[in-house]
Design a protein around this ligand. Structure first.
Ligand code: ZN
Length: 453
């Protein structure tokens, strides 16, 4: 039997090569660590953004205390006053103030963002979602990088620069609010804040809140949200043997109704497909569940027609929709009593403001804040896209409901829309450019003397 015996010099060579490789690897790891440590020690807008992103404020257990503590220290470092409101126990709301030199002005500017974020599934991310890793191509990976910790820190960075350069103090008082619970409906956040005396005392005249990334080079701005309605249709009908064909079973009644809902949905979607309306300008309807059948173990009884059936729909209304008309159509066409159908409509927010007007902020000359805002974008060298209705919902609705003009704006151009998605990131250059844009906006809005509001 042949047996291979490697010559001793070959073994030695292998050993030397291996130890050299290992030594080089350990040296380079050490060097990498050193570089990283040096980067960490630096105090720059990017490292401060990374530090904030590393605070895990994802639901269901957001670390609000650490976020508030970090933002408070940042605020103090640039000379802003800070106070924390506890309108709901364990859900702090941070309020920063940059006092204006003309307190006689009737209203202030408010810059808003939320402290919380949606959860992340780390196993589906290329980088840990709370590492805020900066990759060589400049991407900062983190949950909240776009929604909306970027604006939370950009507000502060812009004011930091303004204080050192052109605007040591603003004419109009600027407040910054960091609120809890936006991602879970805001009842314990803005819901309480907007009803509080603390809010009234701010005398807010104009608000900037979060927007969304733009895949092109135009900046997006939002003047309204859509209002969600959760619609549940319930059908009843005669039960019977699965072999019998008869009219008016519960599932048949529900199927007829679903067909009508489907036609309504198609008409709305056709308007979008034909380019007649933006997706957020129509009433969207999407089925989210169907429930029927008599359960038996893991499955269903197959030879019985059930006496009840139910379907749930997520419906979103733009402020231009007529809620009374839609309600009537739902009752008469989707859930007619002669088909043994009933329905519940759960309105998840107001669609009219306190004066009964559609909840939206004017983006024309009738709103003097709009002109100041849009001119500041131009002055910053930015291009503004046609103002949009946001397809989903933000805290801005609480303010617009009060009749306070509010725009949704997050300066992120040439960026994929990754809010609530895996691998959310923002490029460092986009983040820094956003700070410059806010410098122009905050400078212009806080220097604006003309509005009577
Ligand atoms: Zn958000």
């Amino acid at each position: 039997m042949y047996r291979f015996t490697p010559p001793i010099f070959l073994l030695l060579l292998l050993l030397i090569t291996l130890s050299t490789v290992l030594l080089t690897a350990s040296q380079s790891t050490h060097q990498d660590d050193q570089v990283r440590e040096e980067e960490e020690e630096e105090d720059t807008p990017i490292t401060r953004f990374q530090q904030y992103l590393r605070i895990n404020t994802a639901h269901p257990t957001p670390d609000y205390a650490s976020a508030v503590s970090y933002l408070t220290s940042q605020a103090h470092s640039i000379g802003l006053t800070a106070r924390t409101l506890h309108l709901t126990p364990s859900k702090p709301l941070l309020l920063l103030t940059w006092a204006g030199t003309q307190p006689s002005l009737p209203s202030s500017l408010l810059l808003n963002s939320h402290l919380d974020s949606v959860p992340a599934e780390p196993s589906k991310w290329s980088h840990p979602p709370f590492s805020a890793s900066l990759t060589p191509d400049g991407r900062i990976h983190a949950r909240g990088a776009q929604d909306d910790k970027s604006i939370s820190m950009q507000y502060l960075e812009a004011i930091r620069t303004l204080r050192k350069t052109t605007l040591p103090n603003p004419i109009r008082t600027v407040h910054i609010s960091y609120v809890p619970d936006e991602e879970i409906g805001g009842a314990d956040g803005w819901g309480r804040f907007v009803e509080s005396e603390a809010f009234d005392e701010l005398r807010v005249g104009f608000v900037l809140d979060e927007g969304q990334a733009s895949v092109g080079d135009q900046l997006r701005v939002f003047y309204a949200d859509r209002c969600p309605w959760w619609v549940i249709l319930r059908a009843v009908g005669a039960p019977g043997h699965g072999s019998r064909m008869y009219d008016g079973s519960a599932v048949e009644n529900l199927m007829r109704s679903v067909e009508v809902v489907g036609k309504f949905r198609e008409a709305q979607f056709d308007a979008v497909k034909a380019g007649l309306a933006a997706p957020s300008e129509v009433v969207s309807v999407n089925p989210v569940y169907f429930k029927a059948g008599i359960q038996s173990g893991e499955g269903f009884v197959m030879n019985m027609q059930p006496s009840e059936a139910e379907a749930g729909f997520d419906v979103r209304l733009p402020p231009t929709a007529d809620p009374d008309l839609l309600k009537r159509r739902i009752l008469e066409e989707w859930a007619p009593a002669h088909w043994n159908l009933t329905c519940t409509i759960s309105e998840r927010g107001p669609i009219r403001d306190f004066k009964g007007r559609p909840i939206m902020t004017a983006t024309n000359d009738s709103n003097p804040w709009w002109s100041v805002f849009s001119n500041a974008i131009v002055a910053a060298g930015g291009k503004l896209a046609k103002p949009e209705i946001l397809a989903s919902t933000t805290d801005a609705r609480f303010l617009r409901q009060r009749g306070i003009p509010t725009l949704g704006f997050s300066p992120m151009t040439n960026t994929p829309i990754l809010l609530h998605d895996h691998n959310e990131f923002l490029k460092d250059t986009v983040y820094l450019r956003g700070i410059e844009i806010y410098e122009h906006i905050i400078s212009a809005l806080s220097s604006f003397k003309g509005s009577s509001t």
